[in-house]
Design a protein around this ligand. Sequence first.
Ligand code: ADP
Ligand code: GN1
Ligand code: MG
Length: 364
Amino acid sequence: MENINSIIDKFNFKGTLKKCEPFGSGHINSTYFAVFDDCGTERKYIIQRVNTSVFKQIDELMENVFSVTSFLRKRIKAEGGNPDRETLHYITTADGKKYYRAENGECFRAYIFVDNSICYDSVDSPEVFEKSGIAFGKFQRYLSDFPAETLFETIPNFHNTAWRYENEFLPALEANKSGRAVNCSKEIEFVKAHRADCSRLVDLTEKGELPLRVTHNDTKLNNVMFDADSDDAICVIDLDTVMPGLALYDFGDSIRFGANTCAEDCDDYEAVKINLDYFKSYAKGFLSQAGKSFNKCEIDNLAFSALLMTFECGMRFLTDYINGDTYFKTAYPEHNLVRARNQFALVADMEKHMTEMEEIIKNL
Ligand code: ADP
Ligand code: GN1
Ligand code: MG
């Protein structure tokens, strides 16, 4: 593996390196926080080793993120915002490229650290969660006239739950590469019992009832930076999965992560519940920005999308567990199984509260 320090001189960083250390809690890329001394001024950057087994076409991926961020900059400026603070700012390599590919094939990219910002792994108040809803809703609104046809699909079928069931979950089960299927028969049955749910949004999209929009597709709370002073959600990050998708994916995925009473990998499954106050706060924030253009079918499926995105993520964790942990980063052998059980506990609780969730949306 390439030493992170050895790639420093490949980028147009300002100053001399003071420190570079692993950072954040993303499940996909390897992220580092680097500080440089530029004649007495501190310059902070994020450097990432991009996960090339998840993202196969790095040229296209980086084309996407550069074009999305430059589009966002113009939109933010037009609305009187501060583009330097409210969107990611990528640094090109010393020879002007969008990323650096090492001889061993590893790919690195760099961007400016959003200064005086913090990132949350869990929500501690409905206000904070509402602010993240505003940020992701605004993100979707800003990109509503982005030319979607120019976007490369970085992970095809990313939120096609039915496709994931048929083409990932069932084959993983069949191959049972890790031999672990025996440890999770209850969870496997849970997934099979929900097969019908997998097709609902896909079918509505095929029928033309749900419109494709440019969406973020990975709207977890730790993919938005908050201002350390005002606690406003300022900058949406992790743009690798910005692709044509459904508004419902962005809504549902945020609820999955942020309105869980527990962390995504908490193994106290009894304690895993949907926090309806948080659900309401996020919906209020998100809809205040993106909701004006939603059609009735989108509104009618908001509550269900939270359940589906939670189910899909649980199925992905379970699939990865059965495959032997090849996709998500894990900290211990049963990590993916614990995550899957946690997500399924949340699905079960959402099922109990679906009428209340739908009621909340109606009343907004
Ligand atoms: P992953 O795809 O692995 O989730 P992310 O792009 O989300 O990677 O980055 C991982 C973490 O690094 C984020 O959750 C956040 O804490 C931090 N991070 C990423 N980009 C920035 C940035 N520009 N400024 C500050 N922190 C950042
Ligand atoms: C991954 O990259 P990160 O940690 O923000 C994953 C999401 C999952 C999430 C589960 C590209 O998000 O789809 O919902 O983990 N991202 C990718 O926590 O697969
Ligand atoms: Mg992330």
